[in-house]
Design a protein around this ligand. Structure first.
Ligand SMILES: [Zn+2]
Length: 266
């Protein structure tokens, strides 16, 4: 279906970009993107993906909004306190852009439900807040052959990587196992500044839009390290490890499983 006049007007500031155009906007509209975790990273990612006109946005989160979330999780507001995050996020997305279909997954992502939840999505944003969840999102996306954008944040710092299965390394290629529970401080212990989450979550949305459009250079094989105190970005080149338990050669792969691990990167 071609774009309506209202859509052409609504998205005109991005359609005018030669890398987007009408055909690119149709690709964005056809896009189905799952955001796992409607928190500090998921909030800006969801809002920018919805604003850009991604046709279907999925939200996976089992939590409810509490007052300590509002300092950075900008998709939720004070009247949402106590509500399920998927409901609060879905309302915010519909309010921003009624043209976006929202699919709510009000559960914690697990090794057993991940394959079903991921089915049909073109890309995933990792907005989770524990190492166990991050490894699960990685392994589930690799197993399902779905590209995803990783981010982890703590304090003033953040990391970003795009994983396209078959085209580059995955998160587990270099962070082989989650750190032991308690060995890495959580956000509740170490703190997090809201705009750091905002910056990294926005960059995740940017990577997803580039993926849907097929333009630019994705962060495949390049881990970006963001330091908000010095306002600097560094980049570390990475290669796929053929012995990786998630994306390595078949004899090294392990079946999808949940892991017990502590820590928080949101
Ligand atoms: Zn790997």
């Amino acid at each position: 279906m071609t774009l309506t006049d209202a859509e052409i007007l609504r998205y005109s500031r991005q359609i005018i970009l030669p890398q987007v155009g009408g055909a690119g906007q149709e690709r964005i509209r056809k896009g189905r993107v799952l955001v796992v975790g409607a928190g500090g990273l998921g909030s800006p990612a969801l809002l920018y993906l919805a604003a850009a006109g991604v046709g279907t946005v999925g939200v996976c989160d089992h939590d409810v909004v509490d007052s300590t979330n509002l300092q950075r999780q900008v998709i939720h507001a004070t009247p949402d306190l106590g509500r399920a995050k998927v409901d609060s996020a879905a309302d915010a997305v519909r309010h921003l852009n009624p043209g976006v279909a929202v699919v709510r997954h009000p559960v914690r992502l697990t090794a057993s439900n991940a394959p079903g939840i991921l089915t049909g999505y073109d890309a995933v944003v990792d907005g989770t807040d524990t190492f166990a969840s991050k490894f699960l999102v990685n392994d589930a996306c690799v197993a399902a052959d779905v590209p995803y954008v990783f981010s982890g944040i703590l304090g003033f710092e953040g990391q970003l990587l795009t994983v396209v299965p078959g085209r580059g390394p995955c998160y587990r290629c270099f962070f082989r196992e989650p750190p032991p529970p308690g060995s890495v401080p959580t956000c509740a212990q170490a703190g997090i500044l809201g705009p750091v989450a905002g910056a990294l979550g926005s960059l995740q949305a940017l990577e997803v839009l580039k993926l849907l459009l097929g333009v630019g250079e994705l962060l495949v094989g390049r881990l970006v390290l963001f330091d908000g105190l010095s306002l600097s970005f560094r980049e570390v080149g990475l290669e796929r490890d053929p012995r990786c338990p998630a994306c390595g050669d078949p004899e090294h792969r392990r079946p999808l499983a949940d892991e017990a691990a502590g820590g928080c990167t949101r």
